[in-house]
Design a protein around this ligand. Structure first.
Ligand SMILES: [Ca+2]
Ligand SMILES: [Ca+2]
Length: 272
């Protein structure tokens, strides 16, 4: 792995303009552009609300060749003037193992990162790391690189994704649910009832295009079946209230899950 340290410290990890790619994003890279290095064909990023991140880089090499590496470079402050060529953390997988590195101000050193784990199986490099071990940021820039070295550690072939000096941007999404609206405004026993909440991303205010909507409803202490769906950015729970609901408290919990984030909103009112 000494070769890798040297490589990461000296390789051209220069950063150009960032290409937006959020959580759960999958990006393809052209085939046939790697020479003898592993040919990267896709890079995906996924994360959950707890900040557990998983990146996968797919290549054409079922088994990573000797002296070949696949790595990810992270610009966690999105500043190309800080870190090693802009890079604060680098995650490297080689045929003999993996290493998670951080820039210590003058060079890359092994990072103490309990959450980090790398693997390479059937052409897929998987990099796992928790937010806390990646600078604690919710937004960062990253890119993938594959390299074939010769016996002396010189780079003889390379593939980067995205191509050129571009990069992907990862944003850990947080959701906000607005105050729920009910139709009708007060539940009526024996009638249909719906409660909706508009869900948006905190970082950019955008509505969700897709999400899972789970509804938990109780009339008094009795659970009531309800249907959840997202329509035009509004998570809605619809139900048919029983005639026995009159005078009872109707409690609706709307749980929305999308883009690796979850938010829950509750509504309650006494039925007429
Ligand atoms: Ca490629
Ligand atoms: Ca930086």
């Amino acid at each position: 792995m000494k070769k890798v340290l040297l490589l990461v410290a000296t390789a051209a990890l220069a950063l150009g303009s960032a290409q937006l790619a959020g959580a759960g994003a999958s990006n393809s890279d052209p085939a046939g552009d790697s020479g003898t290095a592993p040919d990267i064909t896709s890079v995906t990023a996924a994360g959950d609300a707890a900040g557990n991140l998983t990146f996968t880089v797919r290549t054409n090499q079922p088994v990573l060749a000797a002296d070949a590496i696949v790595d990810l470079a992270f610009d966690t402050d999105q500043n190309s003037q800080t870190g090693g060529n802009g890079v604060e953390y680098a995650f490297v997988i080689a045929s003999d193992g993996w290493e998670f590195l951080r820039w210590d101000g003058s060079k890359f050193v092994a990072a103490a990162a309990p959450s980090a784990n790398g693997s390479y199986t059937n052409g897929v490099a998987t990099f796992k790391v928790g937010k806390a071990d990646l600078g604690g940021v919710s937004k960062f820039t990253y890119w993938a690189d594959s390299v074939q070295l010769d016996a002396n550690g010189n780079v003889i072939a390379e593939d980067t994704a995205p191509d050129g000096s571009n990069a992907y941007e990862y944003v850990q999404v947080t959701l906000r649910a607005a105050t729920p609206t009910a139709v009708p405004a007060r539940p009526v026993a024996g009638k249909a009832f719906a409660v909706g909440t508009r869900v948006t991303r905190v970082d950019n205010g955008a509505a969700l295009a897709t999400a899972t909507v789970a509804c938990t409803v109780r009339v008094g202490t009795t659970p009531l079946r309800a249907t959840g769906r997202l329509r035009n950015g509004v998570a809605v729970c619809t139900m048919q209230l029983p005639t026995t609901a009159k005078g009872k408290l109707v409690r609706v919990s709307i749980k929305v899950t999308g883009q690796g984030a979850t938010t829950t909103k509750t509504f309650s009112a006494r039925a007429k």
